[in-house]
Design a protein around this ligand. Structure first.
Ligand code: GLU
Length: 292
């Protein structure tokens, strides 16, 4: 068996906090214990929100924590061509459509649907797509595209699931309700997810599955907040003929009020903790990861 490959894949849109420290340390320790590799990937497809100083801070904070990683670091912003080509392929297979409604229009449609009984939400609480894209003819889609309107490329989730058949994944951590073992993927819970946009030919879901495959990642260890995203990832892996990694979703680090940490909660930023004089070992303990 080739050695396992783990990765930590932060987005440089804020400073890393204790939750990131937990993911990074778990991946690093598991890689070391199994004689595997630990990769770092910078998930910076959202060029409007990602900033070079946050990327620099990621390297600095991880280095301070005592981690080292393989070089070169993969940066998603350098691979838009690959994501674009993959979208073209899915589109040619008839698995995508374009949705032209603006965010405001979508919000209005959802509010309207909500008056007729609550319109379904995805596992993150966002409303499923309520627009007309799925039912427009090919010629109507082409006409709207030629008019120059911005659009999102969405996966026809029902058709894709039909093509893929029954999908599961091996979970060695657990989901929000303790799901573990072989978990049944339920990509339909996300509706027709956005896989790219006219101006950004990639989404988190698309780039993450492509990069995990390109980098040969065998084990994905990440926060429980991404547990149900795995349903979409398994579907895309199947459609694109990519290997199935093993998954382990870990419990999130929470603040005193029980809320999930976010990049705006400055007090738990690794660099803020470091500035108070804490050691890397202290931060490791606060992140709930036993010394590796
Ligand atoms: N880039 C994602 C984040 O910062 C994590 C991606 C993943 O681990 O799959 O939340």
């Amino acid at each position: 068996m080739p050695p396992p490959v783990f990765r930590f894949a932060p987005s440089p849109n804020g400073y890393l906090h204790l939750g990131h420290a937990r993911s990074a340390l778990l991946n690093f320790d598991l890689a070391r214990a199994s004689g595997g590799q630990f990769l770092l990937r910078i998930e910076d497809i959202d060029t409007a929100r990602c900033r070079p100083e946050f990327e620099e801070a990621i390297y600095e904070d991880l280095d301070w924590l005592g981690l080292s990683w393989e070089q070169p670091v993969r940066r998603q912003s350098e691979h838009f061509d690959l994501y674009r080509e993959t979208l073209v392929r899915l589109d040619q297979e008839g698995l995508l459509y374009r949705s032209f409604e603006s965010r405001t229009e979508i919000a209005r449609l959802v509010a309207e649907r909500d008056t007729q009984g609550r319109w379904p939400r995805d596992p993150d609480g966002a409303p499923l797509y309520p627009g007309a894209g799925a039912t427009q003819s090919a010629s109507e889609q082409a006409r709207l595209e030629q008019s120059g309107l911005p659009f999102a490329l969405r996966l026809k989730v029902e058709a894709a699931m039909h093509q893929a058949g029954h999908l599961t994944w091996a979970e060695s951590g657990e989901g929000p309700l303790g799901e573990t073992g072989r978990v049944v993927a339920q990509p339909q819970a996300w509706g027709d997810v956005v896989l790219g946009r006219k101006e950004t030919p990639a989404s988190y879901h698309l780039s993450v599955v492509i990069d995990d495959a390109v980098q040969g990642v065998t084990h994905i260890v990440r926060g429980q907040d991404l547990f149900w995203a795995t349903s979409v990832h398994r579907l895309l892996q199947n459609l694109l003929g990519l290997p199935e990694p093993a998954y382990r979703h870990h419990a999130l680090v929470r603040d005193e009020s029980g809320a999930k940490l976010s990049k705006s909660s400055q007090s738990t930023a690794i660099r803020a903790l470091r500035a108070t004089g804490l050691s890397p070992g202290d931060v490791r303990r606060m992140a709930g990861v036993e010394a590796g």
